[in-house]
Each structure stands twice: as C-alpha cells, then as structure tokens.
Write a protein that binds this ligand. Structure first.
Ligand SMILES: Nc1nc2c(ncn2[C@@H]2O[C@H](COP(=O)(O)OP(=O)(O)OP(=O)(O)O)[C@@H](O)[C@H]2O)c(=O)[nH]1
Length: 338
C-alpha cells in the first residue's frame, strides 16, 4: 500500500490539501449534517447562488428553493439519501437576487466508520444556459417567430388533445382556416416589411378576439387556423368567424400607411365533418377556398356535398381574383349553414 492509499483502495491527500481542493473545486458543492443543515459550501456554490458562505451555514438548502418543485419532489430526494442511496436529478434553484438557475445535482449520503449516515454531500453542475437553449429551441419548433403564435406543429398537438376531450365530453370542436384576401398586393405595393407588420397585427387581433380556451395558430404565409374548443353550437362558430372578420376589417395603421385587409374563413366541425385533425384542417381549407370564390370577406362551413361537387385544384389561389377593394360589401349571411 502506498502512503496515500487507504484501506478501501481510495487515495488520500496530504493534510489540508483536500479541504483546499474542495474549496476551489470548480463545481458547486455543499456538505450538510444528517438534519440537512449546511456545514460547508464551496466558492463555486456561493458564486452561483449569490449567497456569501456565512448566509448559507446553519441553514438548510431550502434557502435556495425556487418554488418550482412541489413538496413531493424534495421528499423523494431526502427519502432516497436517508435510505442510503444517491439521488440524482435536475433542480431549479433561486439565487439571492431572486433569479432562477438550473443544476444537475447528485446528493450522496456519507457514512461513518460504523456505517451510520452522518452527513450528506451535494455536487451540482450548472445547466442554466443549456436549459435556456433547449427551451428556446422548443419554442422555435412550436411557434411562429414573426407573430409569436403557435405554429402548425403546436396546433396539431393542441388539436389532438382537444379532440380526445371533445369525444369524452361530447362537445364538438370547430376548426377555422383563415386566409387573408389580397395580401400579396400589400407586400407588392407597401413592401415585405409592412406585410410582416400586418401579419403580426392580424395575429394580435385574432388572439384578442378568442377565448383563452381557444387557439390561434399561424400555419402558412397569410394563413391562420383558429381552434374552438367546447363548442356549444355550430352557429357560435359562425358568430365568432364573423367577429374575427369584423375585427380584421377595422383599418390598420403603420406609420403613414393606413389600409384595410379582408379575409376568407372556412369552418369544419369535429367529429361530424372529420374524425382526424388533418382531415378537419383540410376540410376547413376547402371551405375557405369556397368563401374566397364567393368574393372573400365571409365564412363558409365545410359541406360534404360541396366537396364532392368541387375538387379543390392543387394551387387554386394563384388562379383566383386579385385583391378586392377594401371596404367592399361583405355578405356573411351568404355563408352556408347547412
Ligand atoms: N410579408 C410577408 N409575406 C409573406 C410571408 N409569408 C408569405 N408571404 C406572402 O404572402 C402571400 C401569400 O400568397 P396568397 O395567399 O396567394 O396571396 P393573396 O394575395 O392573399 O391571395 P388570395 O389569398 O387569393 O387573396 C405571398 O405573396 C407570399 O410571398 C411573410 O412571412 N411575410
């Protein structure tokens, strides 16, 4: 056995070196007694948490609690280490200044010569930036950056869940497909930048016209979907569609540009029109196309008869009329309510 080797095969360091090594250890670490009172915390933990070591000593690690985990989370941690096992997990803690940070943490029980658990040691790895990046990537995967609305992927997720609960509650869902009329002309005459501003403003008007339980998503260039949950009647989907059309018809003003925009809306109902979300959105799209063919600025309910009479061409909107004049009479009553 070498002078620095212990009976259990682990190495021991010269006196004082171990203490200094842990003090300067680059990962946040702390030691508690068996009651969980902090006996020692290293520099990295103080730097990360913003607490001076004197502010931690004698307290339990609960001073760092963020409120983001429930009591069961901490109970499971303590039960694991008190039972003599190592606990590992991600923990959201709170700095002294109130900001949150995320650590990967391992907490291990320390036993004395008789095998009794006298202390616990915790070592952390700061993953705050990694988690922020992950959250941002998740946000990008499920949102449209321009309007900050949910995108098609998120709409699908929300609609799938809503469909399950609609089947359980026997309350139908409505899917609206809304496409701006003559949006290309805005881009062409006022520039893409104004077009972008208009899309963001349209998103806001749609969002403020719906209930919290409903969802507006941007699913394409100038295409939006509105999912209405817990629909009390088919007629209320029509009323909401008209309310959204009216909201969009109010003039928009961007610096010196003041103009109006119109839209066409198709509505399909789950489960009476379609039993899958893909089919529902597709039917709402077909109904929107008919609303557009009837002159736009109106809504149209999907109807199986329409669908059979008219198969929608692959790129229909290129072939239809250009933008209608702002303010042109709209005829919501012409919308089909079959
Ligand atoms: N500014 C801007 N324009 C976009 C964006 N995405 C798509 N577009 C434009 O939106 C237009 C959408 O095409 P259409 O729906 O055929 O245009 P429209 O003039 O509204 O045609 P109708 O729907 O038939 O009335 C195209 O000109 C795209 O270039 C975007 O993010 N920003």
């Amino acid at each position: 056995m070498t002078p620095h080797q212990q009976a259990d095969g682990s190495a021991s360091a010269p006196d004082g070196l171990l203490t200094e090594a842990f003090a300067q250890f680059p990962a946040p670490a702390m030691l508690t007694d068996s009651e969980g009172n902090i006996l020692w915390a290293n520099r990295a933990l103080c730097e990360l948490s913003g607490y001076a070591v004197e502010e931690l000593l004698g307290h339990t690690p609960s001073v760092l609690r963020s409120g983001r985990h429930d009591a069961a989370f901490y109970r499971q941690l303590w039960d694991t280490v008190r039972a003599g096992r190592i606990w590992r997990g991600d923990v959201i803690d709170r700095r002294k200044d109130g900001t949150l940070y995320v650590v990967e943490e391992a907490v291990a029980p320390l036993r004395d010569a008789q095998g009794a658990i006298r202390h616990f040691v915790a070592v952390q790895h700061d993953i705050t930036q990694r988690e922020a990046r992950r959250e941002h990537e998740h946000y990008l995967a499920y949102h449209d950056v321009l309007t900050r609305l949910p995108n098609r992927a998120m709409l699908d997720d929300i609609a799938q869940k809503a469909a399950l609960s609609a089947l359980r509650s026997e309350q139908p869902l409505a899917m609206m497909f809304l496409d701006l009329d003559g949006f290309k002309a805005i881009n062409d005459t006022l520039g893409h930048h104004v077009g972008d501003q208009l899309l963001a403003a349209v998103a806001q008007r749609l969002q403020s016209g719906i209930r919290r339980s409903d969802t507006v998503a941007r699913i394409g260039g100038d295409e939006f979907a509105v999912l209405l949950a817990d629909l009390d009647s088919r007629a209320s989907a029509g009323l909401l569609a008209q309310k959204l059309l009216d909201a969009l018809a109010r003039p928009f003003q961007f610096r010196k540009h003041r103009f109006t925009i119109r839209a066409s809306v198709g509505i399909a109902i789950f489960p009476s029109d379609a039993t899958s979300i893909d089919a529902l959105l597709n039917q709402a799209d077909q109904a929107m196309y008919l609303a557009k063919l009837q002159g736009g600025q109106r809504y149209h309910f999907f109807d199986q008869g329409d669908a059979q009479r008219r198969k929608k061409p692959a790129a229909p909107r290129q072939e239809t009329h250009g933008p209608d004049k702002p303010g042109q009479a709209h005829k919501p009553e012409a919308a089909s309510r079959r």
